[in-house]
Write a protein that binds this ligand. Structure first.
Ligand code: ZN
Ligand code: ZN
Length: 390
């Protein structure tokens, strides 16, 4: 994929790497997916890296809804090591890589688009064939690898901007939100919101809150709905102060009441339950748009075709990240850490690798008080006060 690391050869760089290698163990712990709902803590080899690649020691890794889907549905073959919302420290640099050095703190994207194919040119990078190839692994079929101690980052990820240095003073945990923030900002941008618009975000898990917080930054008025009041409390920390308590309130009636009877200009559905597509469409004004953000499984769902045709409501979707908006995302995640965008406030649970099964169970069965769940290869190292802990 990249020309990195050809004949330049045995320079001091390589020798330096060999010396550093001594600190790297031969084996590590990893959470291995062995089949549907079957995760096991195993000892596996630390991945070897080749030219153009990096070895990163994982500090912390967020549990994503798509990991849960893969684990519970068996959509991917076993064995694999999942986890992709990860941040850590470079411990080994492959031949030919000169933009990175050992000891550097980084977050890693597990896939990156080619930027040149038909889908990339049409601004749909998540459909790019290169993007669909996973380029970070802790062993077995590359699947992210963040639920382990070390990952190998492949050459095209390193060469094409998939490794992002973390500035001093920014905890690993904040950086681990880079990929989810990118995916959410991509979705929000797709809605082309304007400051005179009213937006409803259904679902206030960590992703729903991120979507609502990013939509809020466009100047639009945001209403958020969730069954749990505890989540509205977390959302309020991000300036989201128009909660709808969906357990006791009719979401559609409330949206109409808030918009002179029209309905929301845009609705973002951040819950995977497909019956809510009907609710989202009903809560949208004629000519408005509905964004599906959590429908990550193919299947069938019911909606009113007349709402799309006669009422001119648009049904949109957005999936995964975009390299094109990454500079803006870095500004938000790094620059925003001390100015109202402290994403670590979304974390409700931190588990060591040994408790990964419990971590996945908590994330799979969200309770009122559960938000983002982190799996920490080095417990405590992800937090502000633990930054850089080895
Ligand atoms: Zn994710
Ligand atoms: Zn492409």
């Amino acid at each position: 994929m990249s020309e990195a690391g050809s004949e330049s050869g045995m320079d001091t760089h390589t020798i330096d790497n060999r010396l550093k290698e001594k600190k790297i163990p031969a084996q590590m712990r990893a959470v291995v997916y062995r089949g549907v709902n079957d995760l096991r803590l195993e000892t596996v080899p630390v991945p070897e890296i080749g030219p153009g690649e990096l070895l990163v020691k994982i500090s912390t890794c967020g549990v994503c809804g798509t990991d849960l889907k893969k684990i519970s549905t068996g959509s991917h073959s076993a064995p694999r090591i999942f986890g992709h919302e990860m941040a850590g420290t470079i411990v080994q640099v492959g031949e030919g890589v000169d933009r990175f050095k050992t000891g550097q703190r980084v977050m890693v994207f597990h896939h990156i688009p080619c930027g040149q194919c038909y889908y990339c040119r049409k601004q749909t990078p998540a459909q790019c064939a290169v993007y669909k190839k996973v380029g970070a692994t802790a062993g077995f079929e590359p699947s992210g690898g963040g639920f382990s101690e070390y990952i190998r980052v492949m050459d095209w990820i390193v060469a094409m901007g998939g490794v992002v240095p973390i500035p001093d003073g920014i905890p690993f945990e904040q950086a681990a939100f880079m990929e989810p923030v990118n995916t959410c900002l991509k979705g929000v941008k797709h809605l082309n919101l304007t400051p005179d618009e009213t937006v409803l975000v259904i679902g206030q898990g960590p992703i729903g809150i991120l979507l609502a917080a990013l939509a809020h930054r466009t100047g639009a008025r945001i209403l958020t709905s969730d069954l749990y009041s505890e989540r509205h409390t977390v959302a309020a920390k991000f300036g989201l102060r128009n909660p709808i308590f969906a357990a006791e309130e009719d979401v559609v009636a409330r949206m109409r009441a808030e918009t002179e009877g029209r309905g929301a200009d845009a609705v973002i559905l951040a819950v995977g339950a497909s019956p809510l597509i009907q609710t989202a469409m009903a809560a949208t004004r004629p000519g408005g748009r509905v964004m599906l953000f959590a429908q990550t499984q193919h299947g069938e769902a019911t909606f009113d075709p007349g709402a799309v045709c006669m009422d001119e409501k648009s049904l949109l979707g957005s999936y995964s990240a975009s390299a094109a908006i990454q500079p803006e995302v870095e500004k938000l995640v790094f620059g925003g850490y001390r100015s109202g965008f402290d994403l670590t406030q979304l974390i409700s649970h931190r588990f060591p690798l040994e408790a990964a099964v419990e971590a996945i169970a908590v994330a799979s069965h969200p309770q009122a008080n559960s938000m983002k769940v982190m799996i920490e290869a080095v417990p405590g190292s992800g937090r502000a006060d633990g930054a850089g802990v080895e």
